[in-house]
Ligand binder design. Sequence first.
Ligand code: URA
Length: 474
Amino acid sequence: MLRVSLPKVGTYEAWRNHARAFLASETPPEDILWHRGAGGGDLFAATVPTPRAAPQTTVPRDFVALARLAVHHSDPERFARLYALLWALGTRPRLTDDRGDPRVAHLNRLAKEVGRDRHKMHAFVRFRDMGSQTDRRRFAAWFEPSHPILEIGAPFFAKRFGDMDWSIFTPDMTAHFVAGTLTFTDPAPRPDLPDDAAEDLWRTYFRSIFNPARLKPKAMQAEMPKKYWRNMPEAGLIPELIATAESRAREMAEATPTLAPARAEKVAARVAQSQEALTASQDRFHAALDACTRCPLHANATQAVPGEGPTDAPLMFVGEQPGDREDLTGRPFTGPAGQLFDRALASAGIDRTTAYVTNAVKHFKFTPRGKRRLHQAPNREEIAHCRWWLDLERERVRPDLTVALGATALESLTGDRRALLERRGRIEETTDGAPLLVTIHPSYILRLPDPVHKAEEEARFIEDLRAARAHLPT
Ligand code: URA
């Protein structure tokens, strides 16, 4: 395994140079662990020095645009995903045109989220006047982006406020613009920023542009999430403006008899799934998975447990992670939860051997307690790292329907694990647009103490599995 540490500044260029060198030496994606910043790595992996000059490779322009943004996402697998796509371009040079390809779709989503985050930074950074001893005024701002985007977000302010000195502090890094030069330093604690006279101006401006008839609190919060509010002077007005919006809108309506025309509904475009061939053979996949050290879970588990089932299975079931038994047998769902799962599948008329059964996380996470190993739920980072493997399985199988068994699978496949019990039985979409049925994890049923409740829940679980079967094309 090769370990690459990318710098926090010049991240894209460093990734590109490494990627070119790896392509030239025909190093497959599975052999590389990528990290940004110091630390975070596998002690047993060999660190790769930054190549000075690497042979150039010709890649489509839209791949470069995608990579320039996606490297600034917080997904821990973004660099690996980019390199895997670059690798695949070697045999399919037009792959980035295939918007339905899950790898392309995933990276396009990351790039889009980074673009949106940068846009929010440009809109929501609020500088405070720090006073000055020279003829250049000094300003500072605190900002918390959702992704490490300061490197690509700060140049906008250098252009717009080129005649001032300023600093933008974020939890990941700090940007300083002094006498016309932009530099970056390590993160600093959130500074004490004074209120200033400009704040009243912001408030007055915001009050004057606020249209109560147009108020959509949900859309407003999606555009301007609450986490930005405390750094924005005008945000203090929002609760009051929302509270009085209805009466003010009524007054406006009474004063003007014509109503605004209704907005046409947008039609959501569904991304078609392409039928690209397998990227790696089954054996190679298993070997690479077993050597995986992307997160610390590999250290204590007996082995990685890959999914099993036919690669043209119409149904894919995704559980949480192997349990004690699965860790020893190397096969998913072979312990107590697996037995319940098998029973429920049979009752729903599904032959397990026709389905692909896998987990969101491939290594068993546990705490030792005497001779026992007690299950521990995987955390966000572990789920995000392991999505790399789940995505490869999904690309290989391309099921007609995926079934998320429980909250961990739901988080991995949709990015949102909340309200599982409300979402169960529903067909949703994975982050790359594939149909997904949501249900509970069989061990939820095993843990219920009341036998009546247990029986009811098992019956509902079987109903969900029947719904999955009914959803398949005939
Ligand atoms: N629980 C899971 O989520 N997966 C298994 O393979 C076993 C138990």
